[in-house]
Design a protein around this ligand. Structure first.
Ligand SMILES: Cc1cc2nc3c(=O)[nH]c(=O)nc-3n(C[C@H](O)[C@H](O)[C@H](O)COP(=O)(O)OP(=O)(O)OC[C@H]3O[C@@H](n4cnc5c(N)ncnc54)[C@H](O)[C@@H]3O)c2cc1C
Length: 404
């Protein structure tokens, strides 16, 4: 049963976490710490910087690093928290409750860009990743390769001891600010209808706040998801050392398979982030409905508003239980494609609906930049698009269903 735990002068409330068999004492402690950090330190920054379309400040990234959130999935011996996908998503929901992009930045640490073939180098990178000094960008999508990622055309050609990479990458969040770019490119033409053959992952090491020679970046102007600038990158003869080719644990030319494996984790994490955004809107709308007086009483006294809040709360909880279950499957190493797709589909579509209803509860004030609810509404809209659109999730779910 939900109860109010916090109601400050800004009208910010947080609902107490629902009891769940998944939430051990350790997980509750992690959740509490992430919630306190998100509400006290992330939310004020989001409220100030999102309207100015600014990036997550370095100082905030350093706080995220201090709390260990760039290393949740990294073994303790390398400086990480040594926890699982469930804990990673638990923290992500809390961070996204305050600012979606902060829920996203931790996905650019947590061992991304650490798959070096050299074991010593791999350990060094894992340590840096866990400490927040190895934060990356992911460059998979292209102008002609979105849902159809196997259509990647960016070409990596071997030239002596180097790779020479040419092509265009689209939608690369955090590209300029990053320490590295995790890049998908084609090393050979596909054989027959096996279009993913020849796709590999490369590591582009770079300085923060700059692009290396061979990369030109252009900012893509978005309607939301501020905090992480999104770039289109032109790669024109970018030269990479031979060892930039990542060891994905797959056969040569099969790097795509590894990215598919990680997509399940990314989808569950996106579901958790979507639940966080939806929860932000629900909590704000609940506070607003109690404070806003019309016809001589709080609008929360109107059954129309109460029932809207009730449906929103039930849908947020249902979406949360789906990501809890999918994260548990991933941690248990069970097949999770369909469950991850279900969690992503339901959570993102719930977020879109719930944030829109929350904005409705705010009336005219919802349609201003004076309240955070408009941010939740804009950010929720993205969650049905990135990390695989709703249509692609439905395709995965129906393929599973019909196979069965
Ligand atoms: C703000 C933002 C940030 C992003 N960040 C990153 C990032 O950091 N790194 C990265 O690599 N990518 C990133 N992406 C890319 C994102 O993953 C793609 O936008 C997404 O996968 C959809 O691809 P697309 O935009 O090319 O749409 P398309 O694939 O062109 O789809 C257009 C429409 O057609 C539908 N459709 C396509 N194929 C099918 C099908 N088989 N069946 C039914 N319907 C279909 C889609 O669902 C959609 O409605 C980001 C995108 C955005 C908008």
């Amino acid at each position: 049963m939900a109860a109010w735990t916090k109601h400050n002068l800004d009208g910010v409330v947080t609902l107490a976490p629902t009891a769940s068999a998944y939430l051990t004492a350790e997980r509750r402690a992690l959740q509490d710490a992430a919630r306190t950090f998100a509400m006290d330190e992330v939310l004020p920054v989001a409220n100030e910087l999102d309207p100015k379309r600014e990036d997550i400040p370095r100082a905030l990234q350093e706080r995220i690093a201090d709390l260990g959130y760039f290393g949740i999935l990294i073994e303790e011996e390398y400086g990480g928290l040594g926890l699982g996908v469930f804990e990673y998503c638990l923290v992500s929901e809390e961070l996204a409750r305050a600012w979606l992009s902060v829920g996203s930045i931790i996905a650019r640490g947590n061992a991304t860009g650490c798959a070096s073939a050299d074991p010593d180098r791999r350990i060094e990178l894992l340590r840096r990743s866990a400490s927040g000094s190895w934060i990356g960008a992911i460059a998979f999508s292209e102008p002609r390769a979105g849902s159809d990622l196997a259509n990647v055309e960016c070409a990596a050609v071997r030239d002596g001891d180097e790779w020479v990479v040419t092509g265009t990458k689209r939608w690369v969040g955090n590209a300029k600010a990053a320490d590295f770019i995790h890049l998908m490119a084609r090393t050979r033409e596909p054989s027959g209808d096996r279009r993913a053959d020849g796709l590999e992952i490369f590591l582009v090491e770079k300085e923060r706040d700059a692009f290396p020679r061979g990369i030109t970046g252009t900012v893509i102007e978005k309607i939301g998801y501020f905090g992480l600038t999104t770039w289109q990158l032109e790669l024109d003869g970018l030269r990479l050392p031979a060892d930039a080719l990542q060891d994905t644990g797959q056969d040569e030319g099969q790097g795509f398979k590894e990215s598919l494996r990680w997509l399940n984790v990314a989808r569950v994490q996106t579901a958790a982030r979507a639940v966080g955004v939806a929860r932000g809107a629900l909590e704000d709308a609940t506070a607003y409905a109690q404070a806003r007086i019309q016809f001589g009483q709080p609008i929360a006294e109107q059954q129309a508003i109460r029932f809207m809040l009730a449906t929103m709360a039930a849908e947020v909880e249902a979406a949360r239980q789906l990501w809890y279950h999918a994260a548990w499957l991933v941690d248990a190493d069970e097949p999770a494609d369909v469950d991850a797709a279900q969690a992503k589909l339901v959570a993102s579509e719930t977020a879109e609906r719930v944030t829109s209803q929350a904005l409705q509860i705010f009336g005219g004030n919802g349609y201003t930049t004076e309240y955070a609810v408009e941010r939740y509404w804009r950010d929720a809209r993205l969650t049905t698009i990135f990390e695989g659109t709703s249509e692609i999730q439905r395709k995965i779910i129906s393929d599973g269903l019909l196979r069965a």
